[in-house]
Design a protein around this ligand. Structure first.
Ligand code: FES
Length: 97
């Protein structure tokens, strides 16, 4: 994963989050979508019908392009905070709609 975003406030305690096959050290309590972008995670998912890549766009819960799976539940990353022990799966490829 190659970072494309710069962390403007890198201070603060970090916690370990599992994202796919990677362990990421993200800032505890920070916005999850923003922290994943800084960590270089992109795309967050692929659409179920066409398989097109998607990532955070609105950062306020309106577009649903930041959908990820956390502990087996589909969630909007932009509406979540980083907490220790999150198990994130990035939906990939076409699925039956
Ligand atoms: S970035 Fe649009 S809903 Fe999360």
């Amino acid at each position: 994963m190659k970072p494309g975003f710069r962390d403007l406030t890198p201070e603060g305690p970090r916690v370990t989050v599992r994202c796919g096959d990677h362990n990421l050290a993200l800032r505890d309590g920070a916005n999850l979508a923003a922290e994943l972008l800084v960590a270089g995670v992109m795309p967050f998912r692929h659409t179920p019908v066409s398989g097109a890549p998607r990532g955070p766009f609105c950062m306020m819960g309106a577009c649903f392009d930041c959908l990820i799976e956390v502990g087996g539940t589909t969630r909007q990353a932009c509406l979540m905070e980083v907490t220790a022990g999150l198990e994130i799966t990035l939906p990939k490829g076409r699925r039956d709609a």
